[in-house]
Design a protein around this ligand. Structure first.
Ligand code: BDP
Length: 648
């Protein structure tokens, strides 16, 4: 890589070693834990200096940002790209600086028995954090949370406030996830001196900034650091295996209780690991598969230590869904019953806020998913906010949880350095999402160049590592029907394949889809004998464009293309096809390119979440599929399933 590209990255330190330190429990309030959200307006400055290093040279973290130059107001959470009127900021590559002064409750700064933690839900892509000018943590990767224990800093002086500075660099290199390259334009007859652009091999805008909640939370100094729960079922008895990690002391008592939705204790135990047994357990069922989907128990954990001032306890409550997942040669089973994925691929993407987390958008999206009769989605092409997965748990929307391994196409991105980082990201992803019943499968990558020779070793290692991290879930990666050799497919449990017949080739010739799609399925199944998910298919439609007979980009063409796919899917789902996920739930922003009209228009909803004609077609289909593939009523119950619970 050109040395100046490294200059754009600045003092980027590469994480090494695969052992993750500590847990990453979602910060929940409890009798022993408080939260302080830092959303709202932060001070902001992009470092437009030629080498992007001025902020480090002038140590902008040492004093309030306003003292080192002009600042902008920047909302958090949000991407910084689309909130302003500045074209250069929209496409900025390099370091941006965020800062926020926080007033802390007195107890947090004076009670030495309180631990104060700063948690950043997501900072895309590389982040360095200072508190009161002191470096506290760095993190690589834009889609997973990271934390710093800042107790000592905020408890060391008379101050009741602290200043948080976060420098974030959005540069992508062949070794980041997703990868990218910096292209230096050196022809001075065409470009100014030092001109460079970020190049990527994925089809979405590289939004950047503080995308998810930033918050402070407290725990006692002896605290519940991590919980791992796995579940199984033995003849109607739910088995909940738990393992709890405590930090801060070696002498403590640990009690756990499992409560049902009425608040009744159904099982209890003591000690760091054990098994809770729940006779006649309510299982966690996907949406539309059961009359009471998404049943959640609460695992209450309490750890108590003796201190000079008496006993001190830390409490944490984890939602627990009891369910099983298995894969056979032809089926995907949830609670021992065949499950058919009828759902969508999404993006975290919306007007103005870019990839920024937004509750209103989240609730709207879940209302649309339920209206559509979707029972699943894939977190294409990176891990989504934890709040999204919490709603999936509560509504029974099944998730294929994908890493940011998208656009891995350069040979350089298959070296050891990239692999080490990818292994580490899978570690962070599993650590964060392992307890969500909605998550039924890990996806390590989307459309990697899996035909390149090093891809075999890369995916073998990556998939084995992911299975070792979590033996309870199957693993996949998403391939493309155009790839003739797939060196990763032998290692996955489920084949996920994307295809764009009559869109990226055979333009307008919808009639070739049945043959080409059937051939795709037959070839993949013959080669691997594994269940297959049509993990992407779709067509672009510009809302309001109508043409009949259909032509590309009209709403009619999008509908007609889907119908051709559905005919084949209906045939093959009798056999080994276990799911279909439309590309895409909603229109989304991409880089500018002649084949993109203000972004990718393959959404069945617009970017503003209004339905195109295809949404109604898919709605009919999904509700019908729900009826066709639902669980047969259990003996002695579920009568309402028979009486047509599911209707559009
Ligand atoms: C697929 C990619 C997806 C793209 C889609 C498209 O997985 O990210 O957005 O193509 O071109 O191959 O619309």
């Amino acid at each position: 890589m050109h040395p100046a590209a490294w200059a754009a990255l600045g003092p980027l330190l590469w994480a090494c070693g695969l052992a993750l330190r500590g847990g990453m429990l979602y910060p929940r309030e409890s009798p022993s834990r408080e939260r302080k959200e830092l959303h709202g307006l932060w001070s902001f400055r992009a470092d437009f200096s030629e080498n992007r290093q001025r902020g480090f040279e002038q140590r902008w973290y040492r004093s309030p940002l306003r003292e080192s130059g002009p600042t902008l107001d920047m909302p958090v959470p949000s991407s910084f790209n689309d909130v302003g009127q500045d074209r250069q900021l929209r496409s900025f590559v390099g370091w941006v600086w965020y800062e926020r002064e926080v007033t802390l409750p007195q107890r947090w700064t004076q009670d030495l028995g309180t631990r104060v933690v700063l948690r950043i839900g997501s900072a895309h892509y590389y982040a360095i954090v200072w508190v009161n000018g002191v470096h506290v943590v760095e993190h690589e990767g834009g889609h997973l949370p990271f934390e710093a224990d800042i107790s000592k800093l905020v408890q060391s002086g008379p101050l009741s406030s602290c200043r948080i500075t976060i420098a974030i660099n959005n540069t992508l290199t062949p070794h980041t996830l997703p990868p990218g390259t910096i292209l230096h334009r050196t022809d001075t007859s065409k470009y100014p001196k030092g001109y460079f652009v970020q190049n990527t091999n994925f089809d979405f805008f590289n939004y950047a900034g503080l995308h998810r909640p930033v918050l402070l939370y407290t725990t006692p100094t002896t605290y519940i650091d991590d919980i791992t729960v796995t579940t199984s079922v033995d003849q109607g008895t739910g088995l909940v295996d738990y393992q709890i990690f405590v930090q801060g002391s070696e002498h403590f008592q640990l009690e756990v209780r499992l409560l049902d939705q009425e608040g009744k204790v159904v099982a209890q135990g003591t000690g760091c690991r054990g098994q809770l047994q729940v006779p006649n357990a309510h299982l966690w069922w996907p949406y539309l598969m059961h009359e009471h989907p998404a049943y959640l128990y609460s695992l209450e954990v309490r750890v108590t230590t003796q201190t000079a001032a008496g006993p001190v306890s830390d409490f944490y409550t984890l939602p627990v869904g009891i369910r099983t997942v298995e894969v056979t040669e032809r089926q995907f089973l949830i609670n021992g019953k065949p499950f058919y994925f009828h759902g969508v691929n999404k993006h975290e993407d919306a007007d103005i806020r870019g990839r920024g987390f937004d509750w209103a958008l989240l609730v709207k999206d879940f209302n649309l998913l339920r209206w559509l009769g979707a029972n699943a989605f894939r977190t294409s092409h990176y891990p989504y906010a934890e709040e999204v997965l919490q709603l999936c748990d509560r509504y029974g929307i099944v998730v294929i949880d994908e890493s940011p391994g998208v656009g891995i196409v350069l040979a350089q991105s298959y070296g050891n350095r990239s692999l080490q980082h990818h292994l580490e990201v899978m570690g962070e992803l599993v650590r964060r999402d392992k307890n969500h019943p909605a998550v039924v499968m890990w996806s390590v990558a989307n459309e990697p160049a899996s035909f390149l020779p090093p891809a075999g070793y890369y995916f073998k290692t990556l998939i084995a590592h992911t299975k070792a991290l979590d033996p309870s879930r199957p693993v996949t990666f998403v391939t493309n029907s155009n790839y003739e050799a797939d060196l990763g497919a032998p290692y996955v449990d489920v084949i996920c394949v994307n295809s764009y017949y009559s869109w990226y080739h055979d333009y307008g010739h919808l009639e070739v889809i049945p043959l080409q799609l059937a051939t795709q399925f037959e070839n993949w199944y013959r080669t691997y004998q594994k269940p297959i998910i049509q993990s992407e298919y779709g067509a672009g439609a510009i809302p309001g464009f109508h043409q009949d007979p259909p032509v590309m980009f009209s709403e009619e063409y999008q509908k007609a293309l889907l119908q051709q796919y559905h005919m084949v899917l209906d045939e093959k789902r009798k056999n080994y096809v276990v799911g279909e996920l439309i590309w895409n739930f909603a229109d989304f922003m991409t880089d500018q390119a002649p084949q993109r009209v203000m972004g990718n228009k393959k959404g069945i909803f617009t970017r503003q979440r209004q339905p195109k004609a295809a949404a109604f077609l898919l709605r009919e289909r999904y509700w019908q599929l729900a009826n066709d593939t639902r669980r047969p009523p259990a003996a002695g119950g579920a009568q309402c399933l028979e009486s047509g619970l599911f209707h559009v």
